[in-house]
Structure formats: C-alpha cells, structure tokens
Design a protein around this ligand. Structure first.
Ligand code: NDP
Length: 331
C-alpha cells in the first residue's frame, strides 16, 4: 500500500505549556490518524528559540515513525509555507494592570501578522484552530487578514469547555462520559459561555429528565464549567495546559472524522445570516457536524428556552464589545 501524502501541521507558541502537551500527541498520529505521515512546523518568538530547540531535540529522540520533518523558526512567512492545519496557540498573556482592551490590541498585532502569513503561503484549504486567548476574537482577526482562505476554515477552540461540561454531567449522573452526547457550548470562550444542558442528552434522554435538580444545572453546573480554568490555576498554580492540548486534538479530530448520526460537537465558527440570528461576522461557538472531510455545517433548529436565550445574547454582546474595542485600534 502506498503511503498517504504528507500533511503539514503548524503549531505556534511551540515552547509553551500547551504546545509541550500537544506536539508529541500530534506526532504519534492521534490527531490525523495513525497512518498519516506528518511534518511539524513550530513557531516561537525569537527569545524562546532556545527552549524550542530543546523541544525539537525531544521530538527527534522519540523517533516517531510518522514524523517525517520538523521545522522551527520565528518568521511566520517562512514557516507557514504549505501548512494544512494551523493550531495557533501562542498568545500574549494579560500582564499586571493590563486592561482588556490593551490585551486585545496586543494580541491583535500577533494574529494580524499570522493571518497575513497564512494568507500568503499556507495551503489554500488550511484549517485553522485558534487556542490563544481571547481565542474567538483572535480567530476573527486571523480570518479577516486571510481573505484567500475560506471563512469556514477558521475555528476558535471551545472544545475544552464542551469536554468539561460532559465530564461534570457524567459525574453528577454517575454515568460514563461516553453516555453524554449533544453537548453544545454557545458563544464566547470566556466566562459568558453557555453550556447547554437543555439540549444535551444522557444515554439518549434529555438531561433535564435525568438530573431533576434544575437549580444545580442552572447554577453549579454552568458556573463550574465557566470558571473551570480559574479553578485549575488556583489548585495547580499553573493553567490547564494538558486538558487544553487534549481538547485541541479532539477539535481537529472532529473535523476529520464523520460526526456520528444525531450527534454534534462545539466549535467557535463564523456566524452568517443563517446562524440563530447571531450578528454576522462574529466567531461564535455553535453546534457543528462534519462529514469527516475537514469541513463543518452548523446544526440548526436547536431550541433555546428563556434561560439559554438570555445567556447566549449576553455572550454575543461580549463578543460585539471585543470586536468594537479593536475597531480603529489596530491596523
Ligand atoms: P500556554 O501554552 O499555557 O497558553 C497559550 C495560550 O493558550 C494562552 O493565550 C492561553 O490563554 C491559551 N489557552 C487557551 N485555553 C487554555 C487553557 N485551557 N489553559 C491554558 N491556556 C489556555 O502559555 P505559555 O505562556 O506556556 O506559552 C505561550 C508561548 O507562546 C510562549 O512560549 C511564548 O513565547 C509564545 N508566543 C508565541 C508567539 C508567536 O509565536 N508569535 C506570540 C506570543 C507568544 P490564557 O492566557 O488565557 O491562559
């Protein structure tokens, strides 16, 4: 049997915590398949090239059979050439006393540059997953700066939020995580995100038929999922890098494997005139399905009750505000 053609996978922030948990799993074949030869393209800031060189050595030392090439560098235009998947992980963290608007603007500079580089040299059908926060708005900036690439190829990661929600429901209902399906995260990957327990299912039944404590669902469940990142930092003293990396793998896997019948997954994708009345041109998390060809469609007609509607609109307002904070602030 002839080997499949090489796929090129770009990861930015390559010397960071998430990347350290991500690169080795990609290289095993977990993300794109155990028969898929790979090249890794890894970007870092010039000042982090030394630790990145150490990561490159470790990748080499693993002697992964699927990993055919590793390219490292700090010049996006040089490194992004012909990549098929781009996982944009590196981002500027909020510094002491930094305002949200300043954080958005600092990150905008990074994602403008990376969007332009993708636009000029990446594979024309590259699939882009933005992990670096604020990921929805960073994704919007990247997409806006890469007009050659179809808008439907851009995603902001809300898969970790979905996975967290699934785990919390499974724990509460004393079932396996695989019994929880149809879990949507609506909106922004922030504390305004909306984990939808109304339309999720436990062993094929509506969650509300299995977990009768509606107050727990509306308060503890939603709050735990929204604030889980902060809880991990408070406990571990570091952010949730391993679970973020694992969810990034899940997010891409959901695009390259057919979604089971009747199921969906959550991803932050660009809203258009047909997406639940959400204002157009926002990167907003919706329930999505894929045929396994790397593309997706938004699942429509999922009903919102008053609780969901109010919360989803609040998340939409936050994203509109993030977008407006940028307008005129970067070029
Ligand atoms: P991490 O690898 O832990 O995180 C990277 C980004 O992912 C941050 O924006 C972080 O957001 C975000 N993120 C999303 N979900 C999660 C989650 N569940 N848990 C933790 N983080 C999450 O950061 P490090 O500081 O370890 O590494 C970042 C690297 O990126 C550095 O090595 C830096 O040099 C590099 N970098 C590269 C750039 C480039 O390639 N041009 C540009 C900027 C940075 P949050 O801040 O909210 O935790």
């Amino acid at each position: 049997m002839t080997a499949k053609p090489l796929k090129r996978v770009l990861v930015t922030g390559g010397a960071g915590q998430i990347a350290y948990n991500l690169l080795f799993r990609i290289a095993t074949g977990e993300m794109l398949g155990f028969d898929q030869p790979l090249a890794l393209h890894i970007l870092e800031l010039p000042e982090a090239m030394k630790p990145l060189e150490g990561v490159r050595m470790e990748l080499e030392d693993c002697a992964f059979p699927l990993l055919k090439e590793v390219h490292i560098g700090s010049d996006a235009e040089e490194l992004f050439g012909d990549v098929h998947y781009a996982l944009l992980v590196g981002a500027k963290p909020r510094g002491p006393g930094m305002e949200r608007g300043d954080l958005l603007k600092e990150n905008a500079k990074i994602f403008i540059e990376q969007g332009r580089a993708l636009n000029s040299v990446a594979d024309p059908d590259v699939k882009v997953l933005v992990v670096g926060n604020p990921c929805n708005t960073n994704c919007l900036i990247t997409m806006t700066n890469a007009p050659r690439i179809p808008r439907k190829n851009f995603h902001a990661m809300t898969r970790l939020d979905q996975n967290r929600a699934v785990a919390q429901l499974a724990l509460r209902a004393h079932v396996e995580v695989s019994s929880i399906t149809n879990m949507t995260i609506w909106g922004n990957h922030s504390s305004t995100q909306v984990p939808d327990f109304v339309n999720a299912k436990i062993s094929g039944k509506p969650v509300l038929d299995v977990i009768k404590d509606h107050s727990w669902l509306e308060n503890e469940f939603v709050g735990t999922v929204q604030k889980r990142g902060a809880a991990v930092i408070a406990s571990r003293g570091k952010s949730s890098a391993a679970s973020a990396a694992s969810s990034a793998i899940d997010a891409i896997k959901s695009l390259v494997t057919p979604t089971p019948r009747g199921e969906w997954f959550s991803s932050g994708v660009c809203s258009d005139e047909n997406s639940y009345g959400v204002q157009e041109n926002l990167i907003f998390s919706f329930p999505c399905r894929s045929k396994g060809d790397g593309h997706y469609e938004i699942v429509d007609n999922i009903p919102w009750n008053t609780f969901l509607r109010e919360k989803i609109h609040a998340s939409e307002r936050e994203l509109l505000e993030e977008r407006s904070l940028l307008e005129g602030g970067v070029s």
